[in-house]
Design a protein around this ligand. Structure first.
Ligand code: MN
Length: 747
């Protein structure tokens, strides 16, 4: 039979073994489609090109990935290297397969140059972000693995480039995804080209001593097996010499020769459940001498990439240290195949849609239950969608720049340097000119065009850019370069906003108020505030909102002071036995000088007088008095419902007395108003402003919305007399929406 067809059948058999509902026709169709598309193309080895996709699909099947992934692996180079299109693949093999192929193609197109570690990390993230679907990454890793396995046919330069890329990008991604087996092979293959001499040295030294190694491995394995049999523990034991790159790294970092490498050998004891793991550990420590500080319990505390095992290093009779890893079969699969392992476990579950977000839910739950601090970071890198808020692009010399999603060339320019942004006159993406508001995509190469005669950023840029960095740098520029202009534009914006809020410049610039206002907006002068508004450090609306708050606060403060004073006034009035009736609040401290209540009670001399709370009369109001029991004379407005003649109880008739106002120097009388208005934003503020401009003391102000779209505002204030009260009422009447202002009474 044709050897290629033979390979295909082996693949089909492999996939069928774990895919009960496999449609062999579709798989075969994918194979023939790829074969036809790549027809005439040759690998560097001289073989027909189809060998490569077949081999990649085979590795994908080894990982146990779903049929879509296997088909996508067969087609993975079609879009890039043949006439095949996304649409055609979608039509023949479904949109999911087409998406996977497209994803792998995008990753293939990314070109990278070796960089320092931080840059490499960004590159790895960029790849993950571009993949969207974890299967894309897995197929790409399999693709790379086969290319590395057949790297001998490439030019030395290509060998080095690809090996470096594999070592710096793909092996760490495989590690992060927990795919130890692939990672090791990728590392060893890369090392072969990156340091052929070092690689060969280890390879040859190991080969030279291979019989000694084999002997040692077999003897230890035998001893462990015997003990396990005695204990009645069912297990499988593997012994091996560690992989070349891990030996190489130890030699390099510890500056040691191969003979001095501490632990060259590793054994694996695989058992059925977790309690057995700890039993095995006990036996191992009983048989061999444990090396202090080398025991690690990754079962209790798994690694961020889900790796679980018990690790210990022990020394046998021969004096040779070796590592023993103890794990369950499930842990073993996870260690070998990482993320891919969960496809293996999911076999047999019907109609699984793999690669969707829910698919990773179990990983998230697993990780959450482990309380691992690195778990979140792992999920972030695993759930590639979680990079949705970031975009990664290249500078022309291959540096990766990480920006918020939706970032524009302006963000890019300012992330390089503010000078680059300030002298920017245009931008190219992948060699084409783009507008300033172009949204950068993952993997694009961005180039900023600058000019010494550039006029600097435009204010529109503030609306276009996405990153705080760019915004701040643009504002900085305006702040520095255009102070006069900023003050003028800022002042205009501020004054117009002020007008909207019915505040006057005069009301906030008075000597007492201005320092409070400036403190509130965190500026030392008004010009500074204007400049800040001008360059966009703050907005006029924000500044005025703060000023309104502050004006309200000042008003309340004043009201509280007045209320406190009024309370002491009231206290003095209602305490029986004090004959003088009111105290000037301003003279409370250190003075006993009493003044008159301003009321003459007919027929009574110096008596206790208080003003009724129900109607709160002020000088000028017609009044009437009621002689209370123990609290002197209570003064009501003549029109107060509580004082209405028909309400007066006959037995108390002689308690009602005539009272009248005398000219008094008392500063304030407390009274209450009720205001009715259409409900609207800012009503309370307007009331407060009106009261403030009337220069009356307010001790309480409360508003409540009525269900019918109207609002009631209750005000307790202090006035000298009725005339002043009436002027306040007039002012309140002028407020937009107010239809009634009445003296509170009878409650
Ligand atoms: Mn390929």
């Amino acid at each position: 039979m044709d050897p290629i067809l033979e390979r295909y059948h082996a693949l089909e058999k492999k996939v069928a073994a774990y895919t009960p509902n496999l449609d062999p026709k579709l798989l075969y169709e994918a194979f023939t489609y790829a074969d036809t598309e790549h027809h005439g193309q040759l690998r560097k080895s001289g073989e027909p090109y189809i060998i490569h996709p077949l081999a990649v699909a085979d590795i994908v099947a080894d990982l146990g990935l779903d049929v879509d992934s296997v088909i996508a692996a067969l087609l993975h180079d079609c879009i890039e290297d043949t006439d095949a299109t996304h649409e055609e693949i979608a039509k023949k093999f479904g949109p999911a397969v087409a998406e996977l192929v497209e994803g792998v193609t995008k990753l293939t197109r990314v070109q990278y140059v070796s960089k320092e570690e931080e840059q490499m990390e960004n590159l790895r993230k960029m790849l993950m972000a571009m993949a969207h679907d974890i299967r894309v990454i897995l197929i790409k890793i399999c693709d790379r693995l086969h290319n590395m396995r057949t790297m001998e046919y490439q030019s030395p330069r290509k060998q080095r480039e690809k090996s470096l890329e594999t070592m710096e990008i793909y092996a760490p991604i495989a590690h992060r995804l927990g795919m130890q087996k692939l990672k090791w092979e990728l590392e060893d293959l890369s090392l072969r080209y990156l340091d052929p001499v070092g690689y060969k040295e280890i390879e040859e030294a190991l080969a030279e001593r291979s019989s000694a190694h084999e002997e040692f491995l077999a003897s230890i394995q035998h001893r462990i097996q015997q003990r396990m049999d005695q204990e009645g523990i069912r297990c499988t034991i593997y012994g091996r010499v560690k992989h070349i790159y891990s030996i190489y790294r130890k030699m390099f970092t510890q500056n040691k020769t191969l003979d001095e490498i501490f632990d060259l050998y590793a054994f694996r004891v695989i058992v059925d459940d977790i309690p057995e793991c700890y039993n095995v550990l006990g036996c191992i420590h009983d048989m061999f001498k444990p090396v202090l500080g080398r025991f690690k319990d990754y079962i209790g505390t798994p690694k961020p990439n889900m790796y679980q095992s018990l690790h210990t290093t022990v020394i046998g009779r021969e004096g040779i240290p070796f590592e023993v890893q103890i794990r369950t079969w499930e842990m073993h699969h996870t260690a070998e195949y990482g993320v891919a392992a969960h496809w293996k476990y999911k076999q047999g579950m019907a109609n699984q849609h793999l690669g969707t977000e829910q698919e990773f839910e179990w990983i998230r739950k697993l990780l959450e239950s482990q309380q691992d601090t690195d778990a979140e970071e792992f999920v972030r890198t695993l759930k590639v969608d979680m990079f949705a808020d970031e975009v990664f692009v290249f500078t022309p010399n291959g540096d990766v720049v990480n920006l918020p999603a939706g970032a524009t060339p302006i963000d890019f320019a300012y992330s390089i340097h503010s000078a680059v942004g300030n002298s920017m006159v245009g931008a190219r993406v992948n060699g084409r000119m783009v507008p300033y508001d172009y949204q950068l995509q993952n993997g694009e190469i961005v180039e900023v065009l600058t000019s010494k005669s550039a006029k600097g950023p435009s204010r529109d840029w503030l609306k276009i850019c996405k990153s705080n960095e760019a915004r701040n740098k643009i504002r900085q520029w305006f702040k520095k370069e255009r102070r006069e202009e900023n003050i003028a534009t800022g002042r205009a914006a501020f004054e117009s906003e002020l007008k909207h809020s019915k505040l006057t410049l005069a009301s906030i610039t008075s000597e007492e108020v201005l320092p409070h206002i400036l403190r509130k907006v965190r500026c030392s002068t008004l010009d500074e505030l204007y400049a800040s508004i001008g360059y966009g450090g703050t907005t006029a609306a924000k500044a005025v909102a703060r000023i309104r708050d502050e004006m309200l606060r000042l008003g309340r403060l004043q009201a509280e002071k007045a209320a406190a004073a009024a309370r002491s006034l009231e206290d003095s009035v209602i305490v029986p036995g004090i004959s003088t009736t009111a105290v000037d609040p301003s003279q409370l401290k250190g003075s006993n000088k009493h003044t008159d209540s301003g009321i003459i009670v007919e027929g009574l001399g110096n008596c206790l007088v208080k003003f009724a709370k129900c109607c709160t009369p002020v000088p000028g109001d017609p009044v009437i008095g009621f002689i209370t029991r123990g609290y002197g004379v209570s003064v009501h407005r003549a029109d107060c419902p509580n004082a209405a003649p028909d309400k007066r109880k006959p037995e108390e008739a002689d308690r009602w007395v005539k009272v009248s106002w005398v000219d008094s120097k008392l500063p304030n009388y407390k009274t209450a108003l009720e205001l009715s208005s259409k409900d609207r934003d800012g009503l309370t503020l307007d009331v407060a402003m009106a009261l403030s401009s009337a220069k009356v003391k307010v001790s309480a102000l409360s508003a409540r919305s009525q269900p019918d779209g109207y609002a009631t505002v209750n005000i307790v204030l202090e006035v000298r007399d009725k005339a002043e009260l009436e002027s306040v009422i007039n002012k309140l009447h002028n407020i937009q929406g107010v239809y009634q202002v009445s003296r509170a009474s009878g409650k």
